[in-house]
Design a binder for this molecule. Structure first.
Ligand code: ATP
Ligand code: FE2
Length: 327
C-alpha cells in the first residue's frame, strides 16, 4: 500500500509518501518568519500559497519512481493538535486530493505520528517516548492506548528555547543557535528547576534566564545553564516513567530531539538503567509528512477511515483520545 501524508500544523509544510516498508519521498517547504516567532496566520498564508506547487512537485517526483497518482491508496493529513489556520489549509488540501483521486482520507493525530514514525524507523517495541517540540513537551508510553505520563504545565521546551533566543537577539528557530552557544558555556548558574509530580514547567526558567542575561552574564553561560537545567528536568521525568512502567526502551521525538546535549543526557541515563536509546534521523524527528503518511497507513490497515464530515480540524487533539488498534 502507498500512503501520502500532508503535515502543516505549524512551521513546516511537508508531504511524505510511504509504503509499509519505507519512506518513498519526503518534500518540505518550511515557513521561516523574517523576524520574531511563528505567526499562525502568516504560516497558514505560506502553506496555502505553497501547497499546490509542493503537491505538484511530489507527483512529478513520484512519476520518476514509477508511481502514478492512482497508485496512491490513502491520503492522510495532520488533523491536530496545531495552529487552527494552518490545520485548516492542510485539511482542505487533503479533502480535495482524496476526492479527486477517489481514495480514502485518514485524519492523523500529530503527536501520535511523531511516536509511530520513530518506533517504525528505529524498530523500537514499547518505548517511553520523550516528545519535545516547539508546542509540545510530553513523556508518553503505551498502556492499551498511548498515555501522557508527564507534560509541561505551561509552554513547550522548544518555545521556551526560542523565546530565550529571541530575547538574546538570535534568529528563529532558536534551538540550534542556543545549542551552539551552550557548547561554549563554561560556568553554570543555578536556575529554577521545576518538576511537580511527573509534570514540568519552563516559563519561570525562561524569565530567570532572561534576568541572568540582563545582569551581564555571557550569552554562552546563560544558554549552557538553561540547557542543563531544562534537559535535566526532561530526563528526570523520562527516567521515572521508565522505572514506574518497568520498560527498557527510550525514544526521542520532536524537533528539540536534534539537540546533541539532550541526546547525550538521555543516553547516559539509559546506559545506567540498561535501557536502549532510540533516535530517528533528523528529517523524521521534527514535523514531516512521512510520519503522517505512515501513521495514516497504520490506522487504515486497522479499518480506520475519516469521512469528509468527520475531517474537521482538532486544534486541541490529544494523543490519549486516539484508539490504538495496532501492535
Ligand atoms: P509541534 O507541532 O509538535 O509542537 P513544532 O512545530 O514545534 O512541532 P518541531 O519540528 O517538532 O516543530 O520542533 C521545532 C522546535 O525544535 C523549535 O522550537 C526549534 O527551536 C527546536 N529545535 C530545533 N533544533 C534544535 C536543537 N538543535 N536544539 C534545541 N532545539 C531545537
Ligand atoms: Fe511536531
Amino acid at each position: 500500500m502507498i500512503s501520502l501524508g500532508i503535515e502543516g500544523t505549524a512551521w513546516n509544510l511537508s508531504v511524505g509518501v510511504v509504503s509499509e516498508k519505507d519512506v518513498i519521498l519526503l518534500e518540505n517547504d518550511p515557513y521561516i518568519p523574517d523576524r520574531g516567532g511563528i505567526h499562525p496566520r502568516e504560516a497558514a498564508q505560506h502553506h496555502s500559497e505553497k501547497m499546490g506547487a509542493l503537491l505538484k512537485k511530489v507527483f512529478l517526483k513520484l512519476r520518476e519512481t514509477g508511481i502514478e497518482p492512482e497508485d496512491i491508496d490513502i491520503v492522510a493529513f495532520s488533523q491536530g493538535p496545531g495552529m487552527g489556520p494552518c490545520l485548516r489549509v492542510v485539511a482542505t488540501a487533503a479533502r480535495v486530493l482524496a476526492l479527486k483521486l477517489g481514495k480514502p482520507l485518514v485524519g492523523v493525530n500529530h503527536c501520535l505520528a511523531h511516536v509511530e514514525v520513530g518506533r517504525w524507523i528505529c524498530k523500537a517495541k514499547n518505548p517511553v517516548t520523550l516528545y519535545v517540540s516547539g508546542g509540545n513537551s510530553q513523556v508518553i508510553a503505551r498502556k492499551g492506548k498511548y498515555r501522557v505520563f508527564g507534560e509541561t504545565l505551561d509552554i513547550g521546551i522548544g518555545n521556551a528555547i526560542d523565546k530565550l533566543a529571541r530575547y538574546m537577539g538570535l534568529k528563529h528557530p532558536g534551538g540550534p543557535r542556543i545549542e551552539k552557544l551552550a557548547k561554549k558555556g563554561k560556568n553554570y548558574y543555578e536556575l529554577p528547576y521545576v518538576v511537580k509530580g511527573m509534570d514540568f514547567s519552563f516559563s519561570g526558567l525562561v524569565t530567570a534566564a532572561k534576568k541572568l542575561y540582563d545582569s551581564g552574564i555571557p550569552a554562552e553561560d546563560v544558554a549552557y545553564s538553561f540547557q542543563e537545567t531544562a534537559f535535566a528536568m526532561l530526563v528526570e521525568v523520562t527516567e521515572r516513567a521508565l522505572a514506574y512502567l518497568n520498560l527498557d526502551e527510550v525514544l526521542i521525538a520532536g524537533g528539540v530531539g536534534a539537540n546533541s546535549r539532550l541526546r547525550e543526557m538521555l543516553e547516559v541515563m539509559c546506559e545506567d538503567r540498561s535501557a536502549k536509546f532510540y533516535s530517528p534521523p533528523k528529517e523524521l524527528l521534527g514535523d514531516n509528512g512521512a510520519m503522517i503518511a505512515y501513521t495514516g497507513l497504520l490506522m487504515y490497515s486497522c479499518g480506520f477511515e475519516t469521512s469528509v464530515e468527520d475531517s474537521k480540524i482538532k486544534p486541541d487533539f490529544r494523543i490519549d483520545e486516539v484508539e490504538v488498534l495496532w501492535d
